[in-house]
Design a protein around this ligand. Structure first.
Ligand code: SAH
Length: 232
């Protein structure tokens, strides 16, 4: 009996662990085809992108598309960003081990998991209660230590401020002032800044040791709009 059952059990195990579907191969291809040739060179970011199982962050019925370089719907009209953009924002932020990082717009939790893989102390805020509830469970199950709070990220997370890095993963037409206040001197903040209905520019803001801000732009992107106080 065991003679017949063993291959079946192994197959079920393989299917469940992603071996049969080749998740790892798909991730390797994503890195070789979509990330490295387009300028993702940070070994830490590449390693994090290799380690995080993106298929666990997308709805089950579209898992097959998890390693395509495109955003995907995650419910409530929101999207998980495309892998290249996640890697690119992470690389532009130059995250070092132990840094305190605040993300605005937890969504699926994928970017937050990348931050956790980079060994940042990761804090993330999500305004939509259902997404916040689901993402807390998902990150927990996958073993990622991320502090998630439901609320409007426009005001930041005062109790844990200041932050070394802040990443806003929703489009805004201005930089939320409370977030600039909660950035450490020497810190960096990144956001898609521009017209929230059309395109935005990937904008990096660096706060120098005198508290002065320096801005650089890194090309056009398209994100879902930041809602709440950002729209008032
Ligand atoms: N970083 C996410 C994708 C973000 S999609 C990921 O890796 O999957 C943008 C997210 O920002 C959505 O989940 C949306 O609900 C959230 N959001 C929009 N406005 C917000 C605000 N003011 N504060 C916190 N989250 C916000």
């Amino acid at each position: 009996m065991l003679f017949f059952a063993a291959p079946i059990l192994f197959y079920l195990f393989a299917l469940n662990s992603g071996l049969a579907e080749g998740w790892e191969e798909k991730r390797t291809r994503m890195i070789d085809v979509d990330l490295k040739p387009r300028g993702i060179t940070s070994p830490e970011v590449l390693k994090a992108m290799m380690n995080v199982p993106r298929h666990e962050f997308v709805p089950e019925n579209i898992r097959g598309l998890a390693y395509a370089d495109r955003p995907l719907p995650i419910g409530e009209g929101q999207t998980i960003s495309q892998p290249f953009v996640v890697a690119w924002m992470s690389q532009l932020l130059v995250i070092e081990k132990g840094m305190k990082v605040l993300e605005i717009g937890t969504g699926s939790g994928y970017q937050a998991a990348i931050l956790a893989e980079l060994e940042a102390r990761t804090f993330s805020m999500e305004i939509r209660p259902n997404l916040a509830r689901d993402v807390k469970i998902r990150l927990n199950l996958l073993g990622y230590e991320v502090h998630v709070r439901q609320g409007d990220g426009y005001y930041g997370w005062k109790e844990h401020a200041p932050f070394d890095r802040i990443i806003i993963t929703a489009a805004a037409n201005h930089v939320p002032l409370p977030l600039l206040d909660q950035l450490k001197a020497g810190g960096k903040l990144i956001l898609p800044l521009g017209n929230v209905r059309y395109y935005q520019n990937m904008t990096l803001i660096e706060k120098d040791s005198d508290g002065e801000f320096h801005t650089s732009q890194h090309g056009q992107v398209r994100f879902v709009p930041m809602v709440g106080a950002a729209q008032e």
